[in-house]
Design a protein around this ligand. Structure first.
Ligand code: DUC
Ligand code: ZN
Ligand code: ZN
Length: 474
């Protein structure tokens, strides 16, 4: 019998489709065998009573991104990927933001330098296109897709970032030609700017007005427009961070028309509401993110989307800023006007425990759906499958051992991120990732990092399952 480096014994293996009791044999960083009675190994891990899941893949994470004058993101690739690992993730996909006038190659050079030598889990980059010149779309992007940068994001909101509809169409056209997958942030910038103006006239500056200037209709309209633009060009897209029923129904309808669409939602749309922004002492600034959290019926809709498969992806949209910090939420301008409060909340460490506890343990989704929504679908949609995202012979041995009976109360200091708060402080969780292996090596055990962290590598990616096959769903 083959001698393994590591064997995980007696656990219950879970994939997106199956649940079965099996030992897992690991050799040279990969899964080499799934069978009973694997006994020959240098290291034996007893997983009795534990679930053996593919490591989480968080395909929507912001790290070390420039965020406006004097504002500093709370996580770089070191702290951000530490926090990811604590929460059971073995891969994150971060954004590489093109500055206006900057070439994509130049932007990538900057982000590779930010990540180099600092990562504790594997990492890859989505490009954010803010300046879709003829050169960028005609030459750079096609070459970069060939080089394994196979996904990109466009914004419909934020002055300086957002693209006009004709620019989005041109970008989508390039995606169609190259097989790149486009993620779209859907909010109507003109409507938001108009509403901010009206709020200013009325002297409404507190954090809670972040939510009222970005209403559901602004998200729904932009979602419909993004889907229409994709239909015109006949190309798949991902609608990211969907917060409510109306935007979700747009995805359903587009699919019924025959479009290939992926949908994503995030923990904040299940766990928070606009009321969280309505608190004294600027406390509401902690919850400012876009789209904003809505209300309980929107939370129910997002659960429905997860349960019924409208959403393929459950991502964190980890975009951390410190709260009590002049470079964070409480910067001088932010204290006076909600529009200067940096947009985003931390969540890379809490994404998986929240869905496990609130979704699996409360019977809303089964554990195979959990694996699909948090790992397998991310790998398929972003060109990492089957190397990542499943427990199968030949796959990287990125494995999270979950104890379904472990109860944890979330405290900020256990999350190892750079933010000085978590939106989920005090939340009681049932089910926790008690051990994480990255390519066969244990990197976290019982909330502690192993000696050999810092081994995260860069992942070159294939084309998305959504763009690769004609007519294919994931
Ligand atoms: N969009 C994101 O995807 N993340 C943070 C801020 C934003 O607007
Ligand atoms: Zn966004
Ligand atoms: Zn984001």
């Amino acid at each position: 019998m083959m001698r393994f480096d590591t064997v995980i014994r007696y656990g219950t293996v879970v994939t997106a489709s199956d649940t079965f009791v099996s030992d897992v044999g690991i050799k040279d960083g990969r899964i080499a065998a799934l069978a009973a009675e694997l006994t020959e190994a240098d290291e034996i891990i007893d997983a009795t009573g534990l679930f053996v899941l593919p490591g989480g893949i968080d395909s929507h994470v912001h790290l070390d991104q420039p965020s406006g004058d004097g504002i500093v993101m709370a996580d770089d690739f070191d702290s951000g990927t530490r926090s990811a690992a604590i929460g059971g993730n073995s891969t994150v996909l971060a954004f590489c933001m093109q500055e206006k006038g900057q070439s994509l190659r130049e932007a990538l050079k900057v982000y590779h330098a930010k990540a180099e030598g600092k990562c504790h889990v594997d990492v890859s980059f989505h490009l954010v296109i803010t300046d879709p010149t003829a050169e960028v779309l005609g030459q750079e992007l096609p070459a970069l897709v060939e080089d394994g940068y196979t996904s990109l994001k466009v914004f419909m909101t934020y002055e300086g970032l957002r693209l006009r509809d004709d620019e989005i169409l041109a970008t989508l056209d390039t995606a169609r030609r190259t097989g790149a997958l486009v993620m779209v942030h859907c909010e109507n910038e003109d409507a938001i700017r108009y509403l901010i103006g009206r709020h200013e006239e009325d002297g409404k500056f507190e954090p809670k007005f972040h939510a009222t200037t970005r209403p559901i209709a602004a998200e729904r309209e932009a979602t419909h427009r993004a889907l229409s633009l994709a239909e015109i060009v006949d190309v798949p897209i991902v609608i990211v961070h969907v917060s409510n029923r109306e935007a979700m129904e747009e995805i359903r309808r587009a699919r019924q028309r025959g479009q290939k669409i992926a949908g994503e939602t995030c923990p904040q749309y299940l766990m928070l509401t606009a009321d969280d922004l309505d608190q004294s002492e600027m406390e509401g600034a902690k919850y400012v993110c876009s789209p904003p959290p809505r209300d309980e019926s929107s939370q129910d809709a997002c659960w429905e989307g997860l349960e019924q498969g409208v959403f393929d992806l459950f991502s964190s949209d980890h975009c951390p800023f410190r709260f009590d910090d002049p470079e964070g939420k409480l910067n001088e301008k932010g204290k006076r006007h909600f529009r200067w409060i940096p947009n985003g909340i931390p969540g890379v460490a809490t994404r998986l425990p929240i869905l496990f506890s609130e979704g699996v343990m409360k019977g809303r989704i089964d554990i195979n759906q959990f694996v699909a929504l948090t790992s397998t679908n991310h790998a398929k949609l972003y060109g990492l499958y089957p190397r990542k995202g499943t427990i199968a012979v030949g796959a990287d041995a990125d494995i999270a051992l979950w104890d379904p009976n472990k109860s944890v109360t979330v405290r900020n200091d256990m999350l190892h991120h750079g933010a000085d708060y978590t939106p989920y402080e005090g939340l009681d969780i049932r089910g926790w990732p008690v051990r994480l292996l990255l390519r066969g090596k244990t990197i976290v055990e019982d909330g502690h990092f192993a000696q050999q962290i810092g081994q995260g590598g860069y992942l070159r990616r294939d084309l998305s399952s959504l763009t690769r096959q004609r007519g294919g769903q994931i």
